[in-house]
Design a protein around this ligand. Structure first.
Ligand SMILES: NC(=O)c1ccc[n+]([C@@H]2O[C@H](COP(=O)([O-])OP(=O)(O)OC[C@H]3O[C@@H](n4cnc5c(N)ncnc54)[C@H](OP(=O)(O)O)[C@@H]3O)[C@@H](O)[C@H]2O)c1
Length: 317
């Protein structure tokens, strides 16, 4: 199993983790029984870096993980997030990062997760009305109290990372990064290197698209959030599908799967990085986990790197 060290505070995780969001929200229906089997299997094979958030469900994803964690809490590096406020009914209540909110969110997550500590606690989105110093200072208090081990931020820019890191070392940035989402390469990744902050790549399979499993909107269940995402509009899918085809061609040549190509490309980036593909299926978990053994030859790497120049249709959100 390959591991990576993220940040200056000693966080060490497998290079392939498990994104748990789709088990409870956004990507269509799922069964708790099957989800628990996937989580059990993940723990068995060593895929022990689990990613959730209070807003997934909302709240039910953390509750699901609390069931899966029974008897194996010490084997799992558990990451959760606060900051995107939702009501029990799923309504959106804005982005919050003030001191009181951070502390109350952590208490609520600990309770739902049935644990006395969170390994990685992320701010899910920046609250533009609260200085990042206030938010990170409240997060740092949680570290002092032993409730949180490592701090993370999601989707922030270089300036915010720099300011945050002055208050308390930030171990990880979690942001979308994949063959079709490479915006972080210009400014953010150089800042991560400079500040010794690790990277957690979310939606590493392009929300499933790069695997080739989604070729039209009909492949998504009614109510699937991706139907509202600009990259999954009728016109965008029709054009973006050629990117998935190129990944599939390369996968065929290398005798691996397209999802494995997408993950192996990420793992070959020259920075401390873990990818957290999400799945509700054991066979896909095994497939994604095995991507850590896939090496992409230099020539194929060049073709993959030029993929983006062909243009992706639609914004990330
Ligand atoms: N910080 C943030 O703002 C943020 C935002 C989004 C996501 N995340 C985190 O990142 C995690 C992963 O991102 P994601 O779930 O959005 O996208 P992803 O990992 O890029 O793709 C997940 C999708 O791909 C499918 N899939 C997984 N493995 C596959 C394979 N080998 N072959 C074919 N299809 C496959 C899954 O379907 P099945 O489930 O049916 O297998 C699911 O629909 C989330 O679970 C969440 O924890 C964080």
């Amino acid at each position: 199993m390959k591991k990576t060290k993220l940040g200056s505070q000693g966080l060490e995780v497998p290079v392939i983790g498990l994104g748990c969001m789709g088990m409870s929200d956004f990507y269509g229906s799922s069964s708790e029984n099957e989800n628990l089997k996937v989580l059990d299997h993940a723990a068995e094979i060593g895929c022990s870096f689990w990613d959730t958030a209070d807003m997934y469900g909302p709240f039910t994803n953390e509750a699901l993980l609390s069931k899966a964690l029974k008897g194996k809490r010490d084997k799992i590096t558990l990451a959760t997030k606060f900051g995107v406020s939702r009501g029990e009914d799923g309504s959106w209540k804005g982005i919050k990062g003030n001191k009181e909110y951070v502390k109350a969110s952590c208490e609520a997550s600990l309770k739902r997760l049935g644990t006395d500590h969170i390994d990685v606690y992320y701010q899910h989105r920046l609250d533009v009305d609260t200085p990042i110093e206030e938010t990170v200072s409240a997060m740092a208090d949680l570290v002092k109290e032993g409730k949180v081990r490592y701090l993370g931020l999601c989707e922030v820019d270089s300036e915010t990372l720099t300011r945050a890191n002055k208050v308390h070392p930030i171990s990880v940035l979690q942001t979308e990064y994949s063959l079709w989402s490479r915006e972080v390469e210009n400014e953010v990744i150089p800042t991560l290197r400079e500040l010794n902050i690790g990277f957690v790549a979310y939606s590493p399979l392009g929300r499933g698209f790069l695997s080739g499993a989604i070729r039209s909107r009909a492949d998504l269940e009614p109510g699937d959030w991706r139907l509202e995402n600009p990259r999954f509009s009728e016109e965008a899918i029709a054009k973006n599908v050629r990117l998935a085809d190129l990944v599939a061609e390369m996968a065929k040549d290398l005798r691996v799967s397209p999802a494995q190509v997408a993950l192996a490309w990420l793992l070959s980036r020259d920075l401390p990085l873990a990818a957290i593909p999400g799945t509700r299926k054991i066979h896909r978990l095994d497939e994604n986990w095995a991507a850590q053994e896939v090496a992409i030859p230099v020539q194929s790497m060049e073709s993959l790197n030029s993929l983006l120049q062909q243009g992706v249709v639609g914004d990330r959100y």
